[in-house]
Ligand binder design. Sequence first.
Ligand code: ZN
Length: 416
Amino acid sequence: MARKLLFDLRVKAEEGAVRLYFGKTTPLFQSDPGDRDPLVIRIYRKEEPAFEFGRDYGEYFIGLDVADAELIYEGRLEAVDARMYSYTDRTVKVGGTYAYWVSGDRGDIPVGPVPVRLRDTEIWWPQAKVERYMERLAATYADQVATRSFGRTIRGRTISGLFVGNMQNCIALVGLVHAGEAGPELILPAIERLLREHADLLRHVGVAVLPSVNIDMRELQVLGEPSYLRTNYNGVDINRNFPANWETIDHSYGQDTSNPHVSTYRGEAPSTEPETQALMAFIRQTAPRGVFSFHSLASICGDTFLTSKYAAGDSEFTGKCLQLIKAYSHGFALGEAYKIQFHYGCRAGSLPHWLYAESGIPGFDLEWDRREQSKASLVDETTRQMLEEYQTRHYHGIASVLQWLHEHPAEQAAQL
Ligand SMILES: [Zn+2]
């Protein structure tokens, strides 16, 4: 039979296993009072170790042949409402990428493939964990930490953050402007360690923290979307949507930012996206002396600093940037030799360019630092050990910037 008897196969990474959800088709939307002619369900799986994050996308899985897959289950499944099924596959390994198919036993064509990647939730934190972490910090350090919300994502999730320490003289840390990149996993442990080890310093200086901006799409990565996700749920690149030279079409990564079909799409107009608006509100409420926005890939970023490309040649602004960068990289290096990595790389409509154009605040996208030990993060092979090292590095980088801020109050730094 050429008909598919099953439909709407969804495959999710949940609690360390893979869960499949699918249904049985019926003619004319009939609701069947009972599953009177139950199907024997067959589930097939094929591991795809060659799938490469950042290079391969959904098309990778099109055309995979179920004949090459392994039959991992054959039998009856209890149907909910006589037609909807779920199945949990626990014989998968963290870090694996898989394709699944399901079929009945009537000679029907299998439905699939639907891909999933089972990621380590110690490396890719679910948003619920990010929120619990922030609540715990606010409860434990009530005199130093306040929680704030700045808006909602397209899908209605609250975009919240922390004000830590003395906000009169502060920097800002921003995570997950791009879903498949870095943020809460580096930022929140650094904040906790600052509160534990630098309570005194935090009486003089502060940190505004917005760990997850693009929450909607990050959750899809946590739930197993194998491909790198960048835009928000509307398909807009938040880092091209800010009202600063937004009209200028840019061609970074070989894509035209006015094209709605590319991952660097700037949106229909400046600051249309709620995530962009939340980030703007966050900055306006905190007036930071420097903004560090975490990018690169798979929860890791280094101390390569990109600021507005339009700031090249502005020596006063560059001087302000270099003061912060030198302090950050000095701490980040953990006593090893290092060199400053600073570029005028941020495009029209980006957060760093908006900061430069609107208020002259030094703002940076933090990218991969070219250190060999974190290269695997570029293909979503971040390890717990790598994450731990980068948590330590960023903690020391941030602490070093705060120390600099304390020693150079704004009025005084302006005269340097
Ligand atoms: Zn990015």
